[in-house]
Design a protein around this ligand. Structure first.
Ligand SMILES: Cc1cc2nc3c(=O)[nH]c(=O)nc-3n(C[C@H](O)[C@H](O)[C@H](O)COP(=O)(O)OP(=O)(O)OC[C@H]3O[C@@H](n4cnc5c(N)ncnc54)[C@H](O)[C@@H]3O)c2cc1C
Length: 295
């Protein structure tokens, strides 16, 4: 995880908004090793919810405060810096962006993910083409708001390097749905960053999977088989040098094999995961549960 001391001069990814959409996108980008910062402050949709009852995995629902703490903890565990500050504007700076924070600080980022259900005004400096906002009439007055169809179905926008995880038509009205869309957008950010690093089409987009070592057969336990697999997917018209290709091939082979874990690791991770959840639960509730069950 990046810390204030080791903050990069330019973040790979800056996510504006640490709700379900933004945290989810950040988990996917940071797990790929992209330096990711999430800014989170200001008007929140989720904080207006009384109790979140329809987010999968919480049969009794989950109070919003605990949900936020879990989501931010998860984003930080994945490697994100979560910064409690409002982003006031995002401007173009060369191939990347400069974000102006309410604190007055300015930070640079190669890619920006907008993830704020309300208030996307901070994107106005990027709206050269006048396509980001739309006007509608309400109570006899004209109002302008962010066009929820501005991004395409993958969260990409006409501004190179700018993605929108929220607000987007259809996805933003339920927390679980927008978290899913945030994951999809985060995955595409990763894919585009890998394309920039030279990964050929067909290998750029990757799945974030952890697999059991027992499922690894002899053929695929051999790194050379993954190198071969890599070569099978490289198009003939690539423009990489032999050295670049060899480096990516080796990186891909070790990345693929690193994704397999033994049963001991699976069991250790299970225990650690349970402990991590316990940290977020009310001690009184844990005691009451143990008293009730007699454990
Ligand atoms: C009253 C109410 C009840 C709801 N109940 C449910 C429910 O029961 N179940 C359900 O699934 N959905 C519910 N929703 C909808 C749910 O809240 C949204 O679908 C979901 O929160 C959208 O997530 P998001 O990440 O897009 O935006 P948000 O939840 O709004 O998160 C955006 C985050 O970005 C931060 N932010 C905003 N602007 C900036 C900025 N400029 N710079 C930095 N940070 C910024 C905010 O502080 C916020 O934390 C409810 C909504 C409301 C209003």
């Amino acid at each position: 995880m990046s810390t204030a001391d080791s903050e990069p001069a330019e973040w790979d990814v800056a996510v504006v908004g640490g709700g379900p959409a933004g945290c989810s996108a950040g988990v996917f980008t940071a797990r790929e090793g992209l330096d990711t910062v999430i800014f989170d402050r200001g008007r929140s949709s989720l904080r207006r919810c009384a109790h979140l009852e329809n987010y999968l995995g919480f049969p009794g629902g989950i109070d919003v405060e605990t949900f936020y703490a879990l989501a931010h903890d998860h984003a930080e565990e994945a490697g994100c810096d979560v910064v409690e500050d409002l982003v006031e504007s995002v401007e173009r700076a060369g191939d990347g962006f400069v974000l102006e924070r309410q604190s007055g600080e300015r930070v640079r980022a190669t890619r920006v993910v907008a993830a704020t259900r309300y208030d996307a005004d901070y994107l106005r400096p990027l709206d050269d083409a006048g396509e980001m906002y739309e006007t509608h009439e309400h109570g006899g007055e004209e109002h302008e708001h962010f066009d929820r169809t501005y991004a395409d179905g993958d969260g990409r926008t006409p501004v190179d390097g700018l993605y929108v995880a929220s607000p987007v038509e259809e996805w933003s009205t339920q927390a679980l749905a927008v978290a899913g869309f945030g994951a999809l957008v985060g995955g595409h950010v990763v894919g585009d960053a890998r394309r920039d690093r030279g990964y050929p089409e067909g290998l750029a987009e990757r799945v974030d999977w952890l697999r059991r070592e027992a499922a690894l057969d002899e053929e695929w336990a051999d790194p050379d088989r993954w190198r071969e697999y890599f070569d099978e997917h490289v198009p003939e018209d690539h423009d990489l040098s032999d050295e670049q290709l060899a480096a990516l091939r080796d990186a891909e082979a070790s990345d693929r094999l690193d994704r397999y874990v033994d049963e001991e690791t699976v069991e250790r991770r299970r225990r650690e995961a349970h402990d991590r959840i316990l940290e977020h639960l009310d001690d009184e509730r844990i005691r009451a549960y143990l008293d009730r069950t007699g454990d």
